[in-house]
Design a protein around this ligand. Structure first.
Ligand code: DHB
Ligand code: FE
Length: 288
């Protein structure tokens, strides 16, 4: 692999620390419980998962050495707190595909492990919280939120979070202000918004934990293309969880999380004020 790892903040970002934070974040959000899942459904899903596993073992004649390596690795994923990362990188994209297959409005994609609710509320034209002299190319991201029937959605909420110019997310890497590059923008009475931020760097999933070991053992790479995360919502409409990418950016064509869709690739041009880039992107929400 020829890519250089971006400079680390003074205190090292580690898989175990970001994994622990991601695990804690997932637990606190409790999107799903376990008690309300039907017994027959659990039976079907788990039985088929096991049958697929048994089939792979037979077809490839899995050895005891490989079985033990798998066991050791699974134990380590838990110890490193990397289940949220593992699942969101290698599994979530298909869950998202199935969940949203009937939508008519804008495309969504995976949420990933780093969303935090409750980011600072900002007016329709705003700058995301960032450090003084935050590194990275300035980006003006603007557009309009409307309903599938074309009605502009006044007061729609555009929650945005993304990595910094070193590929780090606030609250999951040390040394960053709490809400750095996270904000909840309230659109104006025509559903319009304009968000000033910086372009994030490509994101490398932690290489020093269990997921990193798997990537190395399998000869894969650990990269996601640079991306903006968004949740867009309005009363009476279905929330969209999505990400947007940058045309021509590294790993847009080979995202390890397989979360890129053609509709999600932005094509920024020079900013009107000569400072960095700007791009328009509209969101269309399905009715609830
Ligand atoms: C992961 C990280 C991301 O930033 C993302 O968007 C999706 C997945 C991860 O490390 O699992
Ligand atoms: Fe991400």
């Amino acid at each position: 692999m020829t890519e250089t790892i971006p400079d680390r903040p003074a205190e090292q970002a580690t898989a175990a620390a970001s994994g622990a934070a991601a695990t804690e974040q997932f637990r606190s959000k409790q999107r799903t419980g376990t008690a309300d899942v039907d017994t027959r459904r659990v039976d079907t899903l788990v039985s088929e998962l096991l049958a697929a596993t048994h089939d792979i073992i037979r077809r490839h004649k899995l050895t005891y050495a490989e079985y033990d390596a798998l066991k050791a690795w699974l134990i380590r994923v838990g110890e490193d707190g990397e289940w949220p990362l593992f699942l969101d990188v290698w599994v979530e994209h298909v869950v998202e595909e199935v969940a949203n297959e009937n939508r008519e409005g804008s495309k969504g994609t995976i949420e990933g492990p780093y969303y935090i609710p409750g980011a600072p509320r900002l007016p329709a034209e705003a700058t995301l919280p960032m450090r003084e002299n935050e590194a990275g190319t300035p980006l003006l991201f603007h557009g309009q939120v409307s309903s599938v029937d074309g009605t502009p959605l006044a007061g729609a909420l555009i929650e945005m979070w993304h990595a910094d110019d070193d590929g780090y997310y606030s609250q999951f890497a040390p040394g960053l202000p709490e809400w750095n590059l996270r904000g909840a923008v309230v659109a104006d009475d025509q559903g319009n918004f304009a968000i000033h931020t910086i372009e994030p760097a490509p994101y490398q999933i932690p290489t020093d934990g269990a997921c990193g070991s798997l990537i190395e053992a399998a000869g894969w790479h650990a990269w996601r293309p640079a991306h903006l995360h968004l949740k867009v919502s309005a009363p009476g409409h279905q929330l969209i969880t999505t990400q947007l990418y940058f045309r021509g950016g590294r790993h847009v064509e080979d995202d390890i999380a397989q979360a890129v869709k053609p509709e999600l690739i932005l094509d920024p041009g020079p900013a009107a004020d000569g400072n960095g880039h700007q791009v328009r992107h509209d969101f269309i929400l399905d009715k609830a």
